[in-house]
Design a binder for this molecule. Structure first.
Ligand code: FAD
Length: 403
């Protein structure tokens, strides 16, 4: 008899998990519950190709809409899971129904962190989390429009690049003293600041935002010094908060995410979790981490699918991530810390260089700008715990594979 599987969250992790389980024939009776109206899709293009209008929304779908029915996966879109009853092993849904499960997976992702300053409800203030957000921005971002982007992280900078390419006049307001400060070393931040400026983006650092102005629709942003920045629309990219509400209400162990073990299992043996919502132990990093990346969503979903098919293995993946801004492809791997040594390989002004992060000589991270070979090698070294000679690493006359 098939085991009843419920997956809550039809995003990247949920979509991959359903796909993987459907390969096991009729071993699993799968229901995938998603509160959005779209089938599982990839979010990275939302601040890149979809925002630029280079692709249409269907291209972001993990699988065509009819895939799920063909594979016998019950996809319930526009439906929110409202509660988990662990004793009865049921999930309550927003349409009033209750579904029984043998195994449950939480793939609830993350929710937007929102600004609550005066004027935050004005029309024309956008966030980017779902397809509908990007389509709404595209409809308003006409050539010549003045756009203020709040937050100089990956999503803010990608949006700035996409909208500049679309002919908008873009200003980025960042409260820290450098962009992408949360995750990369200073030389990379400085490089991206000057690359954006050289391509027409205005970047303001050390600047907080006090309020939005406008009558019904945004017409400006007032910064913490009282300066008014006139604009036609605003994009806010100030991060996300893990969506752990259901898990907390169900009494599962949570911290900054849903706590899972190396097999993606929560504190309830019948319930697993994958993706942005989890806090997982990572043998390669050496401690528990919460990651917001496609890599983690996909690999954790696969980890669950393998475990449920009796082929389980502990999750130990090198984290990786990418960001496309203008013609600059940034590829990153590892989880470096602020105290790691930073080796620059190549010359930033050439727009093809890499940063390697070392701890006691061991490679802990790589950030490669238009240098795919360095990225591939760095990612491998992180997985191997390789110790490298910093002076050879910095010497571009030595091919990366001979360092
Ligand atoms: C604009 C943007 C650009 C990005 N760019 C990159 C990139 O370049 N590289 C990269 O690696 N990562 C990128 N990311 C991050 C990446 O997309 C996420 O890490 C990934 O989507 C996480 O997958 P997930 O399944 O955990 O969560 P999600 O894909 O967010 O899916 C969670 C789903 O669960 C649903 N849900 C939540 N609660 C319930 C409930 N109670 N009932 C029903 N449904 C529920 C949500 O509506 C959502 O659809 C980007 C993200 C965004 C928003």
């Amino acid at each position: 008899m098939s085991e009843k599987v419920i997956i809550i969250g039809a995003g990247h992790a949920g979509g991959i998990l359903a796909q993987q389980l459907s390969r096991a024939g009729d071993a699993f009776d799968i229901t995938l519950i998603g509160e959005e109206s779209w089938p599982p899709y990839e979010r990275p293009p939302l601040s890149k190709q979809l925002l630029m209008g280079d692709i249409e929304k269907e291209k972001t779908f993990l699988r065509p809409s009819d895939f799920y029915e063909k594979k016998g996966i019950r996809l319930r879109l526009g439906t929110r899971a409202t509660a988990i009853n662990r004793d009865a092993k049921t999930v309550s849904l927003s349409d009033g129904s209750q579904l029984p499960y043998d195994r449950l997976a939480l793939c609830t992702g993350a929710q937007l962190r929102r600004l609550t300053i005066p004027g935050a409800d004005l029309a024309g203030i956008h966030y980017i989390r779902g397809i509908d957000d990007t389509l709404a921005i595209r409809a308003e971002a006409r050539p010549g429009a003045k756009v203020v982007v709040i937050g100089g992280g990956y999503i803010g900078l990608e949006a700035a690049a996409a909208l500049t390419k679309a002919g908008c006049a873009v200003k980025v307001i960042e409260m820290m003293d450098r962009v992408m400060a949360r995750s990369v070393a200073e030389p990379l931040s400085r490089f991206y600041e000057s690359a954006h400026r050289a391509r027409g983006v205005e970047i303001m650092l050390n600047t907080g935002v006090a309020e939005f102005s406008g009558q019904g629709h945004i017409d400006g942003v007032v910064d913490a010094d009282g300066t008014h920045h006139a604009c036609d629309l605003v994009i806010v990219g100030i991060g996300v908060i893990q969506d752990i509400e259901l898990a907390v209400a169900a009494g599962l162990e949570t911290d900054s995410g849903i706590v899972v073990n190396a097999r993606a299992q929560t504190s309830d043996p019948a319930i697993y979790a994958a993706g942005d919502c989890t806090l997982h132990p990572n043998a390669i990093i050496g401690h528990s981490v919460r990651l917001e990346s496609v890599q983690n969503a996909v690999d954790q979903a696969r980890c669950i699918a393998n475990e449920w098919q009796g082929k389980g293995a502990d999750y130990a993946e090198v984290p990786w991530f990418w960001s496309d801004q203008f013609d600059l492809k940034l590829q990153m791997a590892g989880m470096p810390e602020a105290t790691d040594d930073v080796i620059v390989r190549g010359v930033p002004s050439d727009e093809g260089f890499s940063l390697f992060y070392l701890r006691d000589g061991k490679v802990t991270g790589v950030n490669a700008v238009n240098t795919g070979g360095d990225y591939v090698r760095g990612r491998k070294w992180i997985g191997e715990g390789r110790v490298v000679d910093p002076s050879r690493l910095a010497d571009t006359s030595i091919p990366i594979k001979e360092v």
